[in-house]
Ligand binder design. Structure first.
Ligand code: G6P
Length: 614
């Protein structure tokens, strides 16, 4: 939530800030603002998108070689121009951008008001800006020390960058709970800071991921990092592997569409090199290193939010079926506050595309404290969750920029499949024959996804055009397809703003059936499975009430086809792998409906991709 970007060096900063903010816009798009230092601090802020900010600065003097920029997802204070970042101190000499929440801002604000400070906005960030200046003046310390002391007073989460009128060519950044990457430029004294590496990768591959409770100062004298406790830290420089074309639209109308079509590759990348079909072995480091732990596991708990939680539900079916271990899937936000019973024999798996979701991170920290082994399945390399877990596996789906998650979901499910099979193998639950069948089927999935994307495209567009004006949708599935139904419904509501609900097909008769009439499209995932006949009965129940059936069926299906209004065929595969295929037409359905309704599919209203607040 909220994207921050900053630069200091010899080049003009404006272009970098705007381009960087556009790359970070997936993190929030309520307002945008920049501060550029050129003798004075020049501040431009605008409600709305980065493009609105660009218009505002059209004829303005935007020259300067140090600057900071922010794109906001509003927490404190409505999304308007006054509450947009950067915020300035009482004297106007210090500008701050912030991602996160200062929880004790009201107490700090009262204290500062009693000392003569006046505030323009309703934000917690402005309070922090004033606090830094108050400490600097009161304690007679330099800016870096004032920032350190101020942050010691702050309760909450933040990534901040500070630009000061009296410190040209200098940036100060700090993080606790929200991400901040420092890029080291090619020239002396050239540095970048950003919420993730996407604004930076075009300019440098050398980055430092700040740790929680660290403050970084960059200037022509170099880079200095200290902890909040005033201990000097040695920066560890990572080489970015991200490529530029991975973060551009590459000819597609939207990032979401590009990401849907990337799935043959992203699914392949998430399994590549992780098993051998010839030797029937796994090559996942986490399985090797934690083999004895896995042998003694009593239970698996999966935590996540949104789409990642849905992937977790698929994981539950997989791990229970193959490894025969009890699995619980928890909303991270509930789990973290519930005082759950956790033992040293539990494996707690966090699933998160961003690796930064505040609730998931907190749930995992709590489980770790209680002695569980914590495991991360994340997409963003170097993000917070992978850095605090004992073990894990990256999904390798590549950057996902569309706010609605697509390729990250199928990559998460792929990794969960491997993990389930790997745990089952270690615990002696799989025959060679089973393993060989699963590996072969898994290897065939990317090609099947490729084929499906081609074969279903026209049908999906036709169906979308027919039902784009519906007010409600119901999604039904059983077994492995129940989470697929939930995910299909979430995708539709997220980007088209149509009310949609996912249900286990058999639960329909306990409530949702009351909603069914001739205007209600019901998407049913009715692929070949042990429950096929039962789902068929559920379809009959919908038809008997004049509901409209859009069915996802296995290639060659006859029975559902005979009664459904529309059928989309998916290739045959193992039942446990069906989610990797059945999800694809549902993603496309929500995409096309949203486009036809004129919605902003990549940046749906009120949402953000990386939710770093509770
Ligand atoms: C937000 C995003 C969703 C995502 C969820 C969890 O709500 O809009 O697409 O599924 O956060 O995010 P994570 O990064 O933890 O997977």
């Amino acid at each position: 939530m909220c994207g921050i970007v900053a630069y200091t060096g010899e080049h003009q900063v404006y272009e970098f800030l705007i381009k960087g903010l556009k790359r970070l816009e997936y993190r929030g798009y309520d307002s945008a603002g920049i501060a550029i230092l050129n003798g004075d601090l020049k501040i431009f802020k605008q409600k709305g998108k980065v493009s609105d900010l660009e218009e505002l600065t059209h004829n303005a003097d935007i020259s300067g070689t140090s600057g900071i920029g922010h794109t906001r997802w509003a927490t404190h204070g409505e999304p308007n121009q006054v509450n947009a970042h950067p915020h300035i101190s009482q004297s106007g000499d210090i500008a701050v951008i912030h991602n996160g929440i200062i929880e004790n801002y009201a107490t700090l604000k009262d204290l500062l008001i009693s000392r003569g400070h006046t505030f323009n906005s309703d934000t917690d960030t402005e309070v922090l800006t004033h606090l830094i200046e108050e400490i600097q003046n009161h304690e007679k310390v330099d800016l870096f020390e004032a920032v350190r002391l101020a942050l010691n007073e702050v309760v909450g989460a933040y990534a901040i960058v500070i630009l000061s009128k009296h410190h040209p060519k200098t940036l100060i950044g700090a993080r606790k709970g929200s991400p901040l990457v420092v890029g080291v430029g090619e020239q002396n004294g050239e540095y970048y800071m950003a919420s993730d590496a996407t604004p930076i990768v075009e300019y440098t591959r050398d980055v430092i991921y700040l740790n929680d409770n660290e403050i970084a100062l960059v200037s022509p004298e170099g880079l200095k990092i200290k902890s909040l406790e005033n201990v000097e830290k040695t920066p560890y420089i990572h080489k970015l592997e991200l490529t530029l074309d991975a973060i551009e639209k590459g000819g597609y109308d939207h990032f979401m569409l590009k990401e849907i079509y990337e799935q043959p590759k992203s699914i392949y990348d998430s399994m590549r090199g992780r098993f051998s079909t010839q030797d029937l072995t796994f090559a996942m480091r986490s399985l090797r290193e934690y083999e004895s732990k896995i042998k003694n596991l009593e239970r698996v708990i999966i935590v996540g939010c949104g789409t990642s939680w849905h992937a977790g539900l698929v994981g539950e079916y997989l791990i229970e079926e193959f490894a025969r271990l009890p699995v619980e899937v928890e909303y991270a936000s509930e789990f973290r506050y519930r005082n759950p019973v956790i033992t040293e024999d539990d494996l707690v798996i966090a699933i998160s595309q961003s690796g930064e979701t505040a609730d998931t991170l907190a749930a995992l920290e709590m489980a770790k404290e209680k002695g569980a082994t914590v495991y991360g399945i994340c997409n963003v390399v170097g993000s917070s969750i992978p850095r605090m877990t004992h073990a894990g596996a990256y999904t390798h789906a590549g950057p996902e920029i569309g706010v609605a998650s697509t390729k990250a979901f199928t990559a998460q499910v792929t990794v969960l499949t491997l993990l389930a099979l790997g745990i089952a193998n270690i615990r002696g639950r799989l025959s060679k024959q089973q393993l060989s069948t699963m590996f072969a089927e898994l290897e065939a999935i990317p090609e099947k996804v490729h084929h499906l994307l081609e074969s279903c495209a026209d049908d999906v567009v036709r169906i979308s055009a027919q039902y784009k004006d519906s007010n409600n949708f119901l999604y039904l599935g059983r077994g492995y397809n129940f989470p697929v139904a939930l995910e299909g419904a979430l995708k539709l509501k997220e980007i088209s703003y149509i009310h949609a609900e996912g249900y286990p097909a058999a639960e329909m008769k306990h409530g949702p059936i009351a909603l069914i009439d001739e205007n209600m499209p019901v998407v049913v995932i009715a692929t070949n499975s042990a429950y096929y006949e039962k789902v068929l009965s559920n379809i009959q129940e919908v038809k008997a009430r004049k509901g409209i059936i859009i069915a996802i069926v296995t290639q060659g299906d006859q029975k559902v086809k005979a009664i459904a209004d529309h059928c989309i065929e998916i290739p045959e595969t193992e039942e446990s792998l069906v989610p990797l295929l059945a999800t694809i037409p549902l993603q496309l359905l929500s995409y096309h409906i949203a486009v036809m309704r004129g919605c902003n599919v990549d940046q749906p209203r009120n949402l953000a991709k990386s939710v770093t607040v509770e």
